[in-house]
Each structure stands twice: as C-alpha cells, then as structure tokens.
Design a protein. Structure first.
Lengths: 416, 280, 324
C-alpha cells in the first residue's frame, strides 16, 4: 500500500494539445480517490499515466515515495481493472486470477491459497474452472477484480469498471467495490464519468475539465461548496439551477424575485450587474408545504409550472425563466460540455411528492436562500464559496476514513 | 502500444526496410540477370557491366520467340478461362453457402478444403493416361479441366467468406425502398459482392498462373504448354548455348502481370487470403 | 477467431418453429431452399469431385496393375505388388526422408520468420504498412519456377554472385558448387522455398495477431509481464488457431514440393522428393502402374499428416474458418 503523488503532470500528444495539463494531486495511503469529468476531460489518460501505459510528457509521478515516471508498468506493482475487464480468453477463471502470481513464479500451493482466498471474497468459488466467455457481466467484473486483489498491489486502479453493466448490477457492484476497498484499506484511484459513482464511492473526488483539475474535495464539499460553475453543474442530479441576477448592496434581483445575501457573501460578491445565482433543486419547496419555522429562512414567489414529474418518493417541477442572450448561450455551452441535454433556461425544482401542483398553472414556491451560491458568469468562479466550511467537510470525511482504515487493519491484524 | 519510444520506432522502421529488401532482392536479381549480355552472365556480380535488351529481343523476336510467345498466349488463355469458370461456379456455390440453409454446406466446404490440399501429382498420373486415350493430351481443355482443381476450392472458400459478410438484408431494405427484385440485386447486392468476386478471381489466377506440374505433364508441344513449364524445360532443351539470360528475361515478363496485380490490389488480396484461411 | 453466423440461420429458426411443419420436420419452404441450395452449389461440388476424386480412384485402380504405357499388351493384374515393390525399395524411403526433412526445416524456419514478419507489419507505422504489404505479397504471388530459377542462378557456378559475395566465409570460394552435393543443394532448395512461402504464413499470423485485443496486452503489462511473457502467455495462446491453420497448410504444401526440385537439381544428389519420384515414374518412365502406386502413397501421406494435425493438435478447421 502506498500514497500517490502527482506533481505538475502534463500529457501532450503529437499535435501539442495538452490532454492533461499541470495536474497536481496527493492521494493518501488507503484513500479512495475518484477522477471524474465528462468524456475527453483527460481522466483516463491520467490513470494510464499512473499505471504506466501512457508516457508522461512532464511532471513527476511518485508512488510510495518513489518516482516512477521511467518505470515500466510491471515495475510499478499496481493492479488495474479495465473497462471491458481484459480477461484472458484462453485461461480459466482460476488462471486469470492467478496470472500475475504466475508471472512472479509464486509457488503453486501459494497461488492456490491466494486465488481461493480472492475467490472466496468475490464469491467466485464455483466458477473457478470456467472460461471467461461463459461468465455473466457481473462475474467477469469480479474476476477482473480478483486479478487485482491477489497480488498485494500498491494501488488499485479502476477505469470505468461499471460502465458495461446494466443499471441494477451497477448499483450492486458499486457497493461491492466500496466494501472491498474499505476492507482491504488499499489506496484506490477510480475513473468514472458517472457522478453518482463519484459521490458514493470516493473519499475525495477530483473533478477534471479539459485536462485541468477544477476541484479536489470530499463529495460533500463538492456539493456544498463547489469551486466554480463547472463543478456546481457537474455534481448533483438533477443539476444545480443557474439563474441570471444582479447584485447591489447585498440585495440580489433575479427572475423569481429579490433576496438579501448574508454579510459574508454580500462582501464577497460586492456590486455586480450580471451574476449567476446557483440554486440546487432541493432548496425549493411548494410554499404550501413549508414549515412556518423554516419559512422566513427563504423567500416565496409565484411562477407558472411548465411540467411536473411525479416519481412516487419525489416530485420535480420545471419553471421556465427569461435570461439575457449571452447567459442563454453560456448556459447552453456549459450544458454541452457536461454531456447533459438539460435545457438551461428552466429551473428544475424539487418539491414534496404530496404536492398537488398542476401543470400550466401558477403556483407559489418557497426558496431557501441560505445556501445559494453566486457565480461570476465570465470566469465561472464561485464568489460565495466558503473555503473554510468546505475544508471542514473534507476534514471530517478524512477523519472518518482514517477510523475506518484503522478498524479494517485492526480486524485484519486480529484475524491473522 | 502508445508507449513507443523513438528508439523503438527506429528499430521497427529498420525491420520494415529489412522486410522490403528480403522480398525484393531475388526479384531485383532476376531483373538484373535478364539485362546482362551473354558474356556478362558469368561476371560473378549482382549487376551487369553493361545493360542490354538482348535477352528480351531473343525471346520476343529472336530464335526463342517461337517457344516463348505461344507459351505466353497459352498461359494467359488457359489461366483466364480456368479462373473465369471457377469464379462462375463458385459464385453460385458461395451464394448458396452464405445465404441458404441446406444440409451439406459443411460437406461442400470440407471437400473444397480436401481438394486444396490434394497432391497435384496424384491427379496428374491418371490424367496423363486418360488424356492420351481421349485426345485431351496437349490441348487447352486438357489443362483447363485440371486447373479447376487449383482454382475452384480456393474460390469457393474465399468467396463464401466474402459473401457471408454482405449484409443481405440490404436487399430487402432496397425493396422496401421501392426497388424491384432485379433492381435490388443489381444496385445493392452486385456492388457489395463485386469486390469479393474480383479478389477471389485474382487469387485463383495466381494459383493457375503458378502451375508447373500439370503444365509439364499434360503437354508436349507449344500447342498448350504454359510459360512455367516452357521455362522449366528451356534448360533441358539445349537449343541455346546458355539459356540463363533468356530464362531470366522470360521470368521477368511472366512476373510483370503478378507485380501489377499485387501493386494495384494488395489490400484486397491480403483480405481475401486471410479471410478465406483464418476467418472464413 | 470470429465466428460469423450465416445470415440465413435466424430465418431457419423461425421457420422450423413455424406452422408449416410436415412430418419429417421440414417445411415446404425449407425443402425448396434445400433444393435451391444444392442446385446452386451442386455444379461446383460435382466439378471438384470430378477433377480429384475420379483421378485418385483411377490411380488406385491403375496401381494394382503392372502396366507400362509403351507396352500395353503386357498389362497384368498384380494386386498390391506395386506397393510391395515401392515400399521395399530404398528409393522410396530416401525420397520420403528428403521430403520430410525439407518439410520440417522449411516449416520451422518459416514459422519463426513469418511470426517476426507479422510482428513487424503489426507494429509498422501506418504510412509504411501498404509498402510492406505489397512487398511481402510479391514472393507469394511470384511463380515458383521463377523463384527457383532466381535462387538457382544466384548460387550457380557460372551465373551466380553468391560465391563472390560470400567468399570471405570459410568453405565458400569462387568454385564452390552448391548443386554438387546433397547438403548444399538441399540448403538452396530450402532457402528458395522459405523465401517464397514465408509471406503466406506471415499474413495468416498477422491476421491472428490482429485479433488479440490490445487491452489484453495492457492488462498483462500491468499484471507485471515482460515482453517475452506477454508474447508467450498472452499473444501466442490467443492466436493458437491461426498458428495451427498456418502450420497445417504449410506442412501439407511443403510435403508436395516439386517445382523447385525440378528446376534446381532435377532430383540429383539424392534430392529427389516423393512428388518428383511419382512424376519420374509416370511421365518420364511411363510406368503407369508403379507411378500410380507412388501417387497413391503420396496422397495417403498427405491425408495422414492432415488427420494427424487435426487429431494431435486439435486444429478445428471448421472453427478456425468460422464455419459453424
């Protein structure tokens, strides 16, 4: 087990375009780090540079305190689960899992012991003699993980391991991976484009955009204190709403009315003609259903409901709003970059499932104004980000993880 | 592999150049030999001291022309007919194999395979006897028929492999789009199938063109003797002082069509060869 | 190996489960399809049988007679007598051994060399690939007789350049007669065969190589495999079918060697191969009976080799060829 440090990593291809640009990232021993971003953001390239399948143009890759830039993959002692598993079709499940051990010329009985152990953990015992072609998608996935866990690798690497599974199996395997990582306490880097996987699995998440790191933080911090428009729009489903507004003297005017920012945020924003206000869907509620105790923490407004979606446990309403053309264009671009087809000039609003709001009619909404963020539309920067509060969230997550790792190691020590 | 260093790249390029030299060297040698004057042949060098067309004149217009030119006509005629017949027969067979469901498909393909590995000599012995009896010895048909044992199996294999990859449902799609059956066949299937047929024809032609055993066994005069057989027997017939230059020139001439076909259709030929043999 | 399902298969499924089932399990349409299938494929099938099965049966029949073409009056049934004569004659075993030797040497060298060529072609830069492909196709496409002449002339005492080029090597001088002895003759014959047929093997192997997914290489790299280990443990096992097919075809082809021997030595210095022996018996000496016996024995050898391969190495040709 080892920590991974990346120092100013750059990857340039033949055409000079940097696929990964100046990425610095510290991954602690035993940490579960997620690399996330839309397709083409450089996350897979970065992972392949960690494992050594891709040359590093400049910068240092340090694993376990040792610079590995010039080491071949096999000298790095890392384990990787590929997107399509890369199982060897000519070998049985047993031999697939045993493959790395065979290469190290580990004695036969030791191989058998370790493969059986891994098979036990992954519930593959009864499939050991089968060929990969005869396995289901989930089983193949587990064999690939088996190959990774038999060999005491320094770091686990996952390259979109769940994207070839159907939705139900994906959820199942997600929890399995999480449990396994906690149990083994092994440093893990996991690449995905799926923000749900990112949020549920990671101790920390690194959001990449066009090869540049946008923010590295615990899932909670990303959600509560996003660094910029991109992160705010990427994390969360349905995504955060961005509404055009103007601010003067801490007073925000936006399509649904006016409200006042608290002192800290007012000072941070100052007076601006055009900003984007970021409001998560769940900050809204049907005004009829809001507790009186909560009501004065926000504002109420009326708006016409375009469409409602009732899902049983939740309900979404769509409210169109007007925006200046430059904002419309910018939101469209952002949408495209996030691989989302969301129409950005309507707000998505999460309301209680029991609400009887009707489509095409006016309705009264309540909006929690305490957690609203204000973004600079030109730079995309989050003007109201509370770095301290965010850091606190990540610190808490780190403590939690350390406790878990210690527990796992304690249990392992007790068992042996 | 994405991690290929410049040094590694250089090595692969050098290896590639080595392959080109490997492939071209003997050909270059025979060309060079064909351009040597008789006195130059034994100079012990790769290149001639003076270049001369003498040998080509000898076989195209000189004393050897009466041996070489008919052989060239025979070779072209017999090989083209044998190839065409094989292609027509295997077109129907391959269509049936790729398209229809009938028992015996496997038998046909296995037979083709068995025929392809058949020792030609074992066929030639009885044919030699039979052809003499029924008057096919030393005639064009007397070679065309056994040539089918060379061209037909490979044609069936290669064409079936090509035809299997044709999206036949396109024909129905075209009919839905308003084409008559004939139009659908003519405008959709023929253009899709044509490259496969064409490639098969080239490969079959190579095989026929390469024949030697039938050529020397089943002919006795220039009435039907193809070029490889004529070449092989040149050295035996001591009509010339030293046949080396003439043989080299003739060898170059019969190699030209092969080189042209290879240069023009190399990609297709490779696809046809490997499709038929590895993939099916 | 990809297995391409014939497009007709799904239709066939729905048809057999359809309502139009007669007692023997085939619907009228299926029957019509069967008939059409044989109608279309039949002629090719018949011609193939005609040009091979008929001659070989005729050869078997002829081999049972003592029969000389110049002396038809004394044609006499001798049963297996010709086979007895052939199999007890050292000449047959000598030519059989030479053929086997040539086969083993050429196929072994070609396999290694062909694999190397395939690797180079796989790694070659995109711009270089068509050049390599065209170059490598030339030896394959060239007439065997022409290639044999080229190599013969190169090593020949008078017309050759090899002696003067390689005179610095011990044992080679201006008057080294390559076609004067058994070993050196065989060397040149093998060289010519290897040059001409390696490209075919390498193309088959290249097709096999191309079917091994890159990601397996990467996975093995991460799993800690060296270049050699990747080659032996991942690449080669995954292209076994292609290797076996190439090996089988080349072995059978090499065993039938005739053209090069005819041109280069005409069987001198003990370089006579089985095919050449059969040719000499029949066409030169007009011993139809004896020649037929040799032909049949050659045919049987080829069949045994083919079956040996299929049984011993479990070469599943139908699978390798994607014929379900």
């Amino acid at each position: 087990m080892a920590s991974v440090e990346m120092r100013n990593i750059v990857k340039k291809y033949g055409d000079g375009y940097p696929a990964v640009n100046d990425v610095s990232l510290d991954i602690a021993d035993g940490e579960f780090m997620i690399l996330v971003g839309p397709s083409g953001c450089g996350k897979s390239t970065l992972l392949r540079m960690v494992v050594g399948l891709e040359d590093i143009t400049s910068g240092d890759m340090i694993i376990g305190g040792k610079r590995v830039n010039d080491l071949a993959p096999r000298e790095r002692n890392l384990a990787m689960v590929f997107q399509n598993y890369a199982l060897y079709p000519h070998l049985t499940v047993f031999e697939n899992i045993a493959f790395p051990l065979r290469l190290q010329k580990v004695p036969d009985d030791e191989v058998r012991r370790r493969v059986n152990e891994a098979a036990e953990v992954l519930e593959l015992k009864e499939h050991l003699e089968r060929k990969p072609a005869n396995l289901s998608g989930g089983q193949r996935q587990r064999v690939a993980m088996g190959r990774a866990i038999v060999r005491d690798a320094e770091v686990f690497l996952f390259d979109e391991p769940l994207s070839n599974l159907d939705a139900k199996l994906r959820g199942q395997m997600r929890t399995e991976i999480a449990r396994l990582q906690r149990r083994l306490g092994i440093t893990t880097i996991y690449v995905t484009h799926d923000q749900t996987e990112a949020m549920t699995l990671g101790d920390r998440v690194c959001v990449l955009r066009k090869g540049v790191v946008q923010q590295v933080a615990s899932p909670r911090e990303l959600y509560e204190q996003p660094a910029n428009l991109f992160v705010a729009g990427f994390i969360g489903s349905p995504p955060m709403n961005f509404l055009p507004a103007s601010v003067s003297g801490g007073r925000v005017r936006f399509p649904f009315g006016e409200f006042t920012l608290d002192e800290r945020r007012a000072a941070a924003v100052g007076d601006r003609d055009l900003v984007l206000v970021g409001v998560r869907p769940e900050y809204f509620e049907d005004a009829k259903l809001v507790d009186d105790a909560k009501r004065d923490r926000g504002i109420t407004f009326t708006a016409r409901v375009d469409v409602t979606e009732w899902l049983g446990d939740a309900q979404f309403a769509y409210i169109p709003f007007e925006a200046p053309e430059e904002i419309v264009n910018q939101l469209r671009d952002l949408s495209r970059e996030l691989d989302s087809d969301q129409l950005r000039t309507q707000a998505v609003v999460s309301i209680d499932a029991s609400s009887r709001m009707r489509e095409g009619h006016e309705a009264e909404f309540w909006m929690d104004t305490r957690k609203v963020h204000v973004f600079d539309p030109k730079t995309g920067e989050n003007l109201t980000r509370d770095a301290e509060a965010g850091a606190e969230l990540t610190r808490m997550a780190a403590e939690e993880r350390e406790a878990q790792v210690a527990e796992a190691r304690g249990a392992a020590a007790a068992a042996s | 592999m994405s991690t290929m260093s410049t040094r590694e790249k250089t090595w692969w390029i050098i290896a590639g150049i080595a392959i080109v030299i490997y492939a071209l060297f003997p050909i270059a040698w025979i060309v060079s030999l064909s351009l040597k004057a008789p006195a130059d042949i034994s100079n012990g060098q790769f290149l001639p001291t003076i270049f001369t067309w003498e040998n080509y004149e000898l076989i195209l217009a000189g004393d050897a022309a009466e041996l070489f030119l008919p052989a060239l006509v025979n070779s072209f005629g017999i090989c083209l007919i044998a190839t065409a017949l094989a292609c027509i027969l295997s077109m129907f067979a391959a269509y049936a194999i790729a398209r229809l469901d009938f028992p015996g498909k496997k038998i046909i393909l296995s037979t083709a395979l068995a025929v392809a590995i058949f020792p030609v000599i074992s066929i030639v012995t009885p044919l030699f006897n039979l052809w003499r009896q029924i008057g096919l010895y030393d005639t064009w048909p007397g070679l065309i028929i056994p040539y089918l044992s060379l061209t037909l199996p490979i044609s069936i294999w290669t064409m079936s492999a090509f035809f299997r990859e044709i999206p036949w449902e396109m024909e129905q799609a075209a009919q839905v789009d308003g084409a008559t059956s004939w139009q659908a066949f003519r405008k959709v299937i023929v253009p899709l199938a044509a490259p496969g047929v064409f490639t098969t024809a080239i490969i079959a032609f190579f095989l026929a063109w390469n024949d030697f055993v039938y050529g020397i066994s089943l002919t006795s005069t220039s009435a039907a003797r193809p070029v490889p057989a004529a070449l092989g027997l040149f050295s035996g017939a001591s009509q010339f002082e030293d046949p080396t230059g003439a043989i080299a020139a003739a060898a170059v001439i019969v190699t030209i069509p092969v080189i042209i076909l290879v240069l023009l259709f190399q990609r297709r030929i490779v696809a046809g060869l490997t499709n038929g043999a590895v993939k099916g | 190996m990809t297995t391409t399902t014939p497009p007709a298969a799904p239709e066939a499924d729905t048809r057999t489960t359809g309502a139009h089932r007669t007692r023997n399990g085939a619907s009228d349409r299926a029957k019509a399809e069967r008939r059409l299938g044989w109608l279309l494929a039949g002629p090719a099938f018949a011609v193939m049988l005609l040009v091979t099965a008929y001659p070989i049966l005729q050869a078997v029949w002829d081999s049972l007679f003592s029969y000389r073409l110049t002396d038809p009056a004394n044609r006499e049934f001798v049963g297996l007598g010709n086979y007895w004569v052939v199999l007890t004659d050292a000449l047959w075993w000598q030519s059989f051994a030479v053929t086997a030797l040539i086969t083993i040497i050429t196929v072994a060298v070609e396999l290694v060399l062909g694999f190397a060529l395939a690797l180079v072609m796989l790694k070659a830069l995109r711009g270089l690939r068509p050049i390599l492909r065209a170059a490598i196709l030339l030896p394959y496409a060239i007439i065997t007789v022409v290639s044999a002449f080229a190599w013969q002339f190169a090593f020949d005492l008078t017309s050759g350049f090899v002696n003067s080029w390689f005179s610095w090597l011990p044992g080679i001088s201006a008057d080294t007669d390559w076609f004067g002895g058994f070993g050196s003759s065989l060397f040149v014959i093998c060289l010519a065969e290897i040059w001409k047929t390696t490209p075919f093997i390498s193309l088959l192997l290249l097709a096999g190589l191309a079917q091994v997914p890159d990601v397996l290489q990467e996975a093995a790299q991460v799993d800690g495999a060296t270049w050699w280990q990747r080659l032996w443990r991942v690449t080669i096992p995954n292209m076994k079918a292609a290797i076996m097919v190439a090996l089988l075809f080349r072995t059978l082809d090499a065993f039938r060697i005739f053209d090069s021997v005819f041109v280069m030595t005409a069987g001198a210095n003990g370089t006579e191969t089985v095919s050449f022996l059969a040719y000499r018996q029949t066409i030169s000496r007009l011993e139809i009976g004896m020649g037929s016996a040799v032909s049949v024995l050659l045919f049987l050898s080829v069949v045994i080799i083919a079956f040996g391969f299929i049984k011993l190495f479990k070469v599943d040709l139908s699978q390798a060829r994607g014929d379900k």
